[in-house]
Design a protein around this ligand. Structure first.
Ligand code: SF4
Length: 293
C-alpha cells in the first residue's frame, strides 16, 4: 500500500524503511544551484485534512510503524503549531513510533525560536537531516546556499541544545579545483564545531537540469575535481575533522567513488589507510556509470 505521493519524492537513505508523509511539497528555498530535487515543484504546505486522512489510512495498513519521515525538502518550514498537530496525531495513530524525522535547512532552524524547537521536540520530533554542503563562505555563496559557516554552526548547535539527533550532509568537490583547500578545511572545522551524530559525505554530481545554472551562478569557471582528488578531499576531511563526541561518518552515497565509513575520531586511522589503498588502486573505485546523485 502506497500513498498517492506527489513525485518526485526524496528521503535520506537511512529512512528507506520509514513511512513517509508529505506534509509540505517542494523546498521553501529551492535556490541551491547544485540541487535539482524540487525544481518542478512550487513550495506549499498540505492541508491538515488531507494529511489526517493519509495518516488514518496508513495507520490501518501499518499500525506497527516505528519510523516516520516527514517530506518534502524542508518540512520544518511549517509552523510549530501545524507540526505539533501532525506529530500528536501520528503518536495517537501509531503507538509504537520510535523516531520522527525530516529535512531541515539552517534557515529553518534559525527561524524557529527556542520555545518552538523545544515544543516540537516534546511533541516527538527527533531528528533533522541538514544539508550543510560546505563550511566555506566563498563556496556557500557561489552555490547560493543561503547560509554561512557561522550560521550553519549556530543553527545546528541550536538543534543539538534541544536534544535533536543531527545528520549533516557535505558535498565533496563543491569548491572545484580552485577552492578545494578552503572547502575541506572549513568544512572539517564547521563539522568539528557541530559534532553532529551523523555525517554523510556525497560527491558533487550535477544533473542536466541545473548544470547551466550552477555554472552561471558560480561566477567564474568551475573545474570539477577528478576521482583521485575526491579521495584527497576525503583524506583531508578525515584528517582535520576532530569532533569532541563520536560521530558516525559515512561516504557511502550512490554519488561516491567508494563506500567508506566509520566512527570519528576513533576510526580515523582505519579510514585513512583505506583511502591510501584506494589512491594506489584507483581501479577499485566505483565505475562512473554506477554513480548518481
Ligand atoms: S539543497 Fe535543500 S535547501 Fe537547497 S534547494 Fe535543495 S532541497 Fe532546498
Amino acid at each position: 500500500m502506497e500513498l498517492a505521493y506527489d513525485y518526485p519524492l526524496y528521503r535520506p537513505p537511512s529512512e528507506a524503511n520509514s513511512l513517509i508523509f508529505q506534509v509540505t511539497l517542494g523546498c521553501s528555498f529551492n535556490k541551491c544551484s547544485f540541487c535539482n530535487m524540487y525544481r518542478t515543484k512550487e513550495y506549499s504546505e498540505r492541508k491538515w485534512e488531507d494529511i489526517r486522512t493519509e495518516i488514518d489510512m496508513m495507520a490501518k495498513f501499518y499500525p506497527d510503524t516505528r519510523r516516520i519521515f516527514l517530506a518534502d525538502g524542508d518540512a520544518l518550514n511549517m509552523s510549530k503549531d501545524g507540526l505539533v498537530q501532525i506529530l500528536q496525531y501520528l503518536y495517537q495513530k501509531f503507538p509504537n513510533i520510535e523516531r520522527v524525522s525530516c529535512y531541515a535547512m539552517p534557515k529553518n532552524l534559525l527561524q524557529k525560536n527556542d520555545e518552538e524547537l523545544k515544543a516540537l521536540r516534546a511533541a516527538g520530533l527527533h531528528m533533522f537531516y541538514v544539508g550543510i554542503e560546505s563550511g566555506n563562505d566563498t563556496v556557500l555563496k557561489k552555490v547560493t546556499k543561503g547560509a554561512t559557516g557561522k550560521s550553519i554552526v549556530h543553527a545546528c548547535n541550536k538543534a543539538k541544545k534541544h536534544g535533536y539527533i543531527l545528520s549533516c550532509m557535505v558535498i565533496l568537490g563543491l569548491g572545484g579545483k580552485k577552492y578545494t583547500k578552503e572547502h575541506i578545511a572549513d568544512t572539517a572545522k564547521v563539522l568539528g564545531e557541530i559534532a553532529p551524530d551523523y555525517v554523510g559525505a556525497l560527491t558533487l554530481y550535477l544533473e542536466d537540469g541545473v548544470h547551466e545554472e550552477f555554472m552561471s551562478k558560480y561566477g567564474e569557471s568551475f573545474d570539477f575535481i577528478d576521482d583521485v582528488e575526491v579521495l584527497d578531499e576525503l583524506e583531508r576531511l578525515i584528517k582535520d575533522f576532530d569532533p569532541k563526541t563520536p560521530v558516525l561518518f559515512r561516504a557511502n552515497h550512490a554519488s561516491n567513488v567508494y563506500s567508506i565509513g566509520g566512527t570519528m575520531p576513533d576510526d580515523r586511522k582505519k579510514i585513512l589507510s583505506l583511502i591510501e589503498g584506494l589512491k594506489q588502486h584507483p581501479e577499485m573505485l566505483k565505475p562512473k556509470f554506477l554513480r548518481r546523485f
